[in-house]
Design a protein around this ligand. Structure first.
Ligand code: FES
Ligand SMILES: [Fe+2]
Length: 388
């Protein structure tokens, strides 16, 4: 059992908060214009910047198990084809034929040696290179090497696959981008986990409302009165800003027992649920013995997709283990549903005129940090670092 200095600090802060009846706070409250949840103009800027220029987690490594495994993804509005090539590398392309634009691969996932366009059978290999075209005489002089599938930046790190949904002029430095979260993500060993369940929901709420449900614990004992409330200390969280990402540590009640133990014997994971916000639209939510990875993507004004994968360390060994994880899954679906029902009702009241701004309390730190990073990105102050 080894904990990081950050985790030791989180435990110390929580013990202090518990002793004093306090929680982490920002210096001031924050007003967030309701427009940010309801305006077409804001949404358009978000879609063009947050969901085009920043890498998003779109898959777990186990979804591309072998050379030739592929996935398609249309959630961001960009048709993407994500592959694993013979060298084992993950790559991603616009899933658009270079002849006359047909969708090259329509299946959600599978295995292939090559991708053949359904329209006139132009064929691309796993690296996106154009390999063959029927009736080649009609295309004499066509430079095949200039007609490969258009690549978009894709990365496999910590057992997760990130894709930036649009081509980049220069290579981006994903390691620098994820550096602030590296220590923690490394420690989770997600690459060796398996997916127990994967689900995708269309919800009638701004993607921001879905996002914000995971950025504070203030609501737990109200919105989740009969579900999550008793599992955690009420409204006592530690927020570590790893700009633009955030680690939000929510303590389990028995963390208070650590006050009687020497810090050398402290353990972190059994005592916390951690909601890691990975800018702009993902969470890696770490439970004591399993992990949820969320992806939240706007599909229109007041609508979004919520995708989630439940990752466990190994496949269930027997029926008992299966039942155990199934119960966890059922609970989390119920808890998230409580959030989404509230979120959809918020959406319905947005245009009522009751609020010009929402109030972010000092205790809702990740709402402040997340909003600040989003504003920075929309105003071009925050960008993904480029690789040198
Ligand atoms: S559009 Fe793909 S082969 Fe013609
Ligand atoms: Fe919630």
């Amino acid at each position: 059992m080894k904990i990081s200095s950050e985790e030791r600090d989180i435990i110390q802060r929580i013990l202090q908060h518990h002793a004093q009846g306090t929680t982490d706070m920002t210096p001031e409250m924050m007003a967030n214009p309701v427009e940010n949840y309801a305006s077409d103009k804001v949404l358009e800027a978000e879609q063009q910047i947050l969901f085009r220029e920043f890498p998003l987690i779109l898959a777990h490594s186990s979804e591309l198990p072998d050379a030739g495994s592929f996935l398609t993804n249309n959630d961001t509005g960009m048709p993407l084809l994500i592959t694993r090539n013979d060298a084992g590398e993950v790559q991603a392309f616009l899933n658009v034929c270079r002849h006359r634009g047909a969708r090259v691969e329509d299946r959600p996932c599978g295995k292939a040696r090559a991708f053949s366009c359904p329209y006139h059978s132009w064929t691309y290999d796993l690296n996106g290179s154009l390999r063959g075209l029927p009736g080649a005489v009609g295309f004499e002089g066509l430079k095949k090497d200039e007609h490969g599938l258009v690549p978009v930046p894709a990365f496999e790190r910590f057992g997760l696959i990130w894709v930036r949904p649009t081509p980049a002029d220069q290579p981006i430095d994903i390691d620098a981008w994820l550096k602030p979260m590296e220590e923690q993500l490394n420690g989770l060993d997600l690459g060796s986990h398996v997916i127990f369940e994967s689900w995708k929901l269309d919800r009638d709420m701004s993607w921001r409302l879905a996002l914000e449900g995971f950025q504070e614990s203030y609501h737990f004992c109200h919105a989740h009165r009969t579900t999550a409330c008793s599992n955690y200390l009420d409204n006592q969280s530690v927020f570590i800003q790893h700009y633009p990402h955030v680690r939000h540590a929510v303590p389990l009640p028995h963390v208070v027992d650590l006050a009687d133990q020497t810090p050398e014997t402290w353990d972190y994971r059994p005592n916390f649920m951690t909601q890691n916000y990975l800018f702009p639209a993902n969470f890696v939510q770490v439970m004591t013995d399993h992990v949820y990875v969320h992806t939240i993507i706007p599909t229109g004004p007041g609508t979004c997709i919520f995708k989630c994968q439940m990752l466990i360390a190994e496949p269930p060994k027997d029926e008992r283990a299966e039942r155990f994880w199934r119960r966890n899954y059922d609970v989390v679906r119920a808890v998230f549903n409580e959030d989404f029902e509230i979120g959809e009702n918020i959406q319905k009241g947005l245009n009522s005129g009751a609020n010009l701004n929402f109030v972010f309390g000092k205790n809702e730190c990740c709402l402040h940090y997340g909003q600040t990073a989003i504003t920075d990105a929309l105003e071009q102050r925050l960008k993904v670092p480029l690789a040198l």
